[in-house]
Design a protein around this ligand. Structure first.
Ligand SMILES: Nc1ncnc2c1ncn2[C@@H]1O[C@H](COP(=O)(O)OP(=O)(O)O)[C@@H](O)[C@H]1O
Ligand SMILES: Cc1ncc(COP(=O)(O)O)c(C=O)c1O
Ligand SMILES: [Mg+2]
Length: 287
């Protein structure tokens, strides 16, 4: 069995961060070791929450505890997501280095979660700068949304061609794979939900239905997308197979969520679709 050290947020109520990542990975047969960067009552897009940022020393401390019982070499990947404070950033990269020493085949998957004023996603000051200046170059795989694609590349991204140029710019900075989880306004069709995967072998595009949610769109979709993609890779799927399975599984969760008329992602009711999606959208090679 493969194991992922998953360093991101914990929400007590609802599904974001590790709550949107751990169960999907486990359903796919990959264990997730949740190391929480924050413990919040709920995700930040409610605009109010209680809880705390976990002290940065916990990251090295927990990693050392796993070394002490002789288990760190069992870790096949580090996945980082929502970071609670900029000072946690270097601790996460130290842990990535420690894991890679214990298991030279381990990979670092960075979901560069940044604040998003339009959506109301709140992330601590300095985290975006850390992701651009320090984390991107260390990541084997990085999975931005549109806001994050712009920040990481430093380029203007207002259309599809500019999105591809921004992906190329990120590939030149270290990551071997870029998964754009949501092209949003720079997709090919404003009536679809689109993603792009760029690997050493080329670029692929996948399009799936854009659902209309009453009121607010669910949160945690990016976190779940990253987790499912990584679990598929660790299961030995090709990057294209992993990309297609991820798009289809996430689309099925979105369909169940929409039908339930709930704000929170319906990961548990949709659990069977995460393993065996009914959607069958296919990736198309674009470059
Ligand atoms: N198929 C879909 N139809 C409509 N909205 C979707 C669909 N899949 C995801 N979403 C919404 O799109 C947004 C994705 O958020 P965004 O910040 O662009 O990226 P990410 O979640 O990847 O970080 C979320 O609000 C999510 O609820
Ligand atoms: C606590 C927490 N974790 C993670 C996220 C990231 O969620 P998403 O997957 O929608 O990018 C958010 C977004 O608001 C959040 O508040
Ligand atoms: Mg996100």
């Amino acid at each position: 069995m493969k194991n992922v050290l998953s360093i991101q947020s914990h929400v007590v109520y609802g599904y974001a961060g590790n709550k949107a990542a751990v169960l999907p990975m486990q359903l796919l047969g990959v264990d997730a070791w949740a190391l929480n960067t924050v413990q919040f009552s709920n995700h930040t897009q409610y605009q109010r929450w209680k809880g705390m940022v976990i002290p940065k020393e916990q990251i090295a401390g927990i990693t050392q505890g796993i070394i002490d019982i002789g288990a760190l070499a069992e870790c096949d990947a580090v996945l980082s997501g929502y970071i609670g404070a900029a000072e946690q950033g270097q601790e996460i990269l130290n842990t990535v280095n420690t894991v890679k020493k214990a298991n030279p085949n381990a990979i670092y998957f960075c979901d560069p979660v940044m604040g998003h004023p339009d959506k109301g996603c709140v992330v601590a000051p300095g985290v975006a700068e850390f992701l651009v200046k320090d984390a991107m170059s260390q990541a084997d795989i990085i999975a931005p949304n549109l806001v994050e694609l712009r920040e990481l590349s430093g380029l203007v991204v207002e259309n599809f061609a500019q999105a591809l140029a921004a992906i190329e710019a990120i590939l030149a900075k270290g990551p071997k794979t870029v998964l754009v989880k949501h092209l949003s306004k720079v997709g090919q069709d404003p009536n679809k939900f689109e993603m792009v995967l760029a690997t050493q072998k080329g670029m692929w595009h996948i399009s799936r239905p854009l659902h209309e949610f009453v009121g607010r769109d669910p949160v945690g979709v990016g976190d779940m997308t990253s987790a499912i993609f990584l679990a598929n890779l660790l299961n030995g799927k090709s990057e294209i197979e992993a990309f297609e399975h991820t798009a289809n599984a996430v689309n099925d969760v979105m369909t169940v969520t929409k039908e339930s008329q709930k704000y929170e992602l319906q990961i548990i009711p949709a659990r069977n679709y995460i393993v065996n999606p009914i959607s069958q959208y296919k990736a198309v090679k674009i470059a």
